[in-house]
Ligand binder design. Structure first.
Ligand code: TYD
Ligand code: MG
Length: 465
């Protein structure tokens, strides 16, 4: 028992070990195991101590089906934020908002909370509270003023001691919504380990989730994502909360994408698009127009992909550059798409079509800073690559989508109708798409070119001159 209070905990996933090792067997990460004083046992052991109870309380899980009516929501009026949360914040739910430091999480939440607090007709409910563990009150106020939100009825607090925070929130009317910025700065006296360690993060998050359930308050936890295990990754918190939302964007781009990766109360993968400017984050109601806005006419190596993000069709330009390599091992650089998927498309082009790119550097970029996960983008990527190799541009009024199989066949994808409608709305007149049965052929005003395999795509692109 003497040694039980010392433990080695993976700062990425929270697995506990009796002794140090270089690699965490649970999540496979290297150099994430750190000795933590006061950490006892495995997952779930921390909070029992924190609450002074002998057993952790069971978190109530809400059944999605059944008789219950749709839960009432706190609508912020910030349409892109409400869309990603699945139609507003659910009372009693806990939401994790993760993202790189400096991406704009604090700015987003300050704006969303100000909008929520200022909603007419909701004033009778509890307060809207923003607790900053990173900035002083003066700093938060200054930022709010710069954003033009100086008058918003948001209650501010600057504190990192969780017990004091919960004690304050529990006295009086329970708040409607509480933001904790960030979960990594919170600490509870019951544990010896330092703030930011996985034990503290887990215990704090669990206390906050419990508070949310007990008082019907919507709790939003901000979590910094770091590559190294220095600060506990929010992964340990992901299991505890009702929704996990990531705020992403490429450095140097002003576009920010809010993406629901898990949501018990709404569709996952839903995205909201924002633009970071002088006055904070502005909503972008029509992302396609924005992502295509910077296109300059017909250039080789460019293809417009008609994609689906969440429930919404989004058109985006895919750019490829194939150039002779000066290196022994040619470069394969990808921004906004999966590198493994690119390798697959390259391999299929080589094996099935004889298009060899060995000795060539290949660069692939999704314009605007969007990250695409859909296999439906395969055909657009292949078209951009072929176009870059041949120097032959695709028509600028053409969209393209389709999944490529290892045999080189082009497979139909989901929601073709929605993709084509969006393209038509934005003034496109042609579509290159997978071959399909007549009965499943979507209607619409676009001219279709149906492609059944990659050779067909190459032949089609070659006939254009
Ligand atoms: P912040 O919300 O502090 O990021 P996070 O909480 O995710 O760490 O955002 C900081 C960045 O946003 C900073 O680099 C400056 C930029 N920014 C603007 O460009 N315009 C603005 O109006 C604000 C408030 C911030
Ligand atoms: Mg911040």
């Amino acid at each position: 028992m003497a040694k039980a209070s010392r433990n080695f905990v993976c700062q990425s996933c929270g697995a506990a070990y009796p002794r140090w090792s270089g690699r965490c067997e649970a999540c496979g990460e290297w150099n994430t195991i750190v000795e933590e004083a006061g950490a006892t046992g495995g997952i779930g052991a921390g909070p029992a101590k924190a609450g002074g109870r002998s057993k952790g309380r069971r978190i109530e899980l809400v059944e999605m089906s059944g008789e219950t009516a749709d839960p009432p929501r706190h609508i912020t009026g910030m349409a892109e934020f409400d869309r990603v949360t699945g139609g507003g914040l659910v009372p009693g739910s806990a939401v994790l908002i993760g993202g790189d430091p400096g991406i704009g999480k604090s700015t987003l939440l300050l704006q969303a909370m100000a909008a929520l607090a200022a909603r007419p007709g909701e004033a009778s409910g509890g307060a809207v509270v923003y607790i900053s563990g990173e900035e002083a009150i003066a700093q938060v106020r200054m930022r709010a003023r710069r954003l033009g939100l100086g008058e918003a009825p948001v209650q501010l607090g600057a504190e990192t001691n969780l017990k004091d925070i919960l004690g304050t929130l529990e006295s009086g009317t329970p708040p409607r919504a509480v933001v904790i910025d960030s979960i990594q700065t919170m600490w509870t006296e019951a544990l010896d380990s330092a703030p930011g360690t996985v034990t503290q993060v887990r215990a704090s998050a669990q206390e906050l989730v419990r508070f949310a359930k007990r008082h019907g308050t919507a709790v939003i936890l901000v979590g910094h994502v770091t590559k190294e295990g220095q600060i506990a990754g929010p992964r340990v918190v992901e299991h505890m909360v009702d929704a996990v939302i990531y705020f992403e964007g490429e450095r140097g781009h002003q576009f920010r994408i809010l993406r629901a990766v898990k949501n018990r109360f709404g569709p996952a993968n839903e995205i909201g698009v924002f633009e970071m400017g002088e006055k904070g984050l502005a909503e972008v109601p029509n992302p396609s127009a924005l992502f295509l806005g910077e296109r300059d006419g017909e250039t080789s190596g460019s293809a417009v992909f008609a994609g689906i993000e969440g429930t919404r069709p989004v058109l985006v330009e895919i750019q490829a550059l194939v150039a002779k390599s000066a290196l022994g091992t040619p470069r394969r650089a990808v921004v906004g798409w999966d590198g493994g998927r690119l390798s697959m498309v390259l391999a299929v082009l080589e094996a099935r079509c004889g298009l060899t790119l060995a000795g060539q550097d290949v660069y692939l970029n999704v314009a605007g800073g969007l990250r695409i996960n859909e296999p439906a983008a395969d055909l657009a990527v292949a078209a951009a690559l072929i176009s870059s190799v041949t120097g032959q541009p695709l028509p600028s009024d053409c969209v393209i989508f389709g999944e490529i199989s290892l045999s080189g066949a082009v497979r139909p994808v989901s929601q073709m109708e929605a993709r084509l409608k969006e393209a038509e709305k934005l003034g496109f007149s042609k579509a290159i798409l997978p071959a399909m049965a007549a009965r499943s052929r979507p209607s619409g005003g676009l001219a279709f070119t149906e492609i059944s395999d990659l050779q067909g795509l190459i032949a089609h692109l070659a006939t254009r001159s």
